[in-house]
Design a protein around this ligand. Structure first.
Ligand code: GRF
Length: 195
């Protein structure tokens, strides 16, 4: 069994889909913990409903990233977490977690990286008037949206660029692809490095 944690700061639609798709009877990969840095986030209620343990913290109560990441790390260890999927977690991961989980932290980003890194990837795509955007799943490193790419899916977009519509289609794509990629990655690696 591979226990995973999801980190999220907001709505949590990806958290919800990953959990629903992975936490099935015969699955060998299961979401066991939600880490959330925003006490107001909607994702917390979703975790309650799905009966997923949650660790919520407020970064404002800490002087440094290292301080709160040490606490996150102890939650991860106590829950035997072997792998981390970021899903709308609005902070850079620091060395405390990177060193403890080398090549075991991944993220989903709503653009075809390396295009449109950082905040409001969709806004950047619309502003650039591109005809194709998409989603990227990648490993986490010290940079912002710079880690090695694992999977990408394109999405055609056309002017006049209805943002709400495009956002909806991007989310649909994320919900379809992210759980699948996590499952594949962990099933492939199970023998090698996760036990
Ligand atoms: C997703 O679009 C993801 O690509 C980005 O943050 C968003 C999170 O959405 N990193 P949700 O909270 O999972 O609904």
């Amino acid at each position: 069994m591979t226990n995973i944690a999801v980190f999220a700061s907001g709505t949590g639609s990806n958290f919800e889909m990953i959990t629903k798709k992975l936490n099935t009877k015969n699955s060998t990969v299961k979401v066991r913990l939600l880490i959330c840095d925003n006490p107001e986030a909607k994702v917390i209620k979703k975790a309650e409903k799905l009966q997923i343990k949650t660790y919520v913290f407020n970064p404002k109560n800490f002087k440094t990233k290292q301080e709160y990441e040490i606490l996150i790390l102890s939650e991860l260890k106590n829950n035997h977490i072997k792998f981390i999927a970021l899903a709308g977690y609005m902070r850079l991961i620091g060395n405390t977690l990177l060193n403890a989980y080398p090549k075991k932290i991944i993220n989903i980003h709503p653009s075809l990286l390396p295009a449109f890194k950082g905040l409001d990837a969709l806004g950047q795509a619309v502003k650039s008037k591109v005809r194709v955007t998409g989603i990227t799943i990648h490993y986490i490193d010290e940079g912002m949206d710079t880690g090695e790419i694992i999977a990408q899916e394109p999405l055609k977009i056309t002017p006049p660029y209805n943002r709400i519509q495009i956002e909806k289609r991007l989310h649909q794509l994320e919900h379809k692809v992210y759980p699948k990629v996590i499952k594949q990655l962990l099933e492939e690696n199970n023998e090698k490095s996760f036990n």
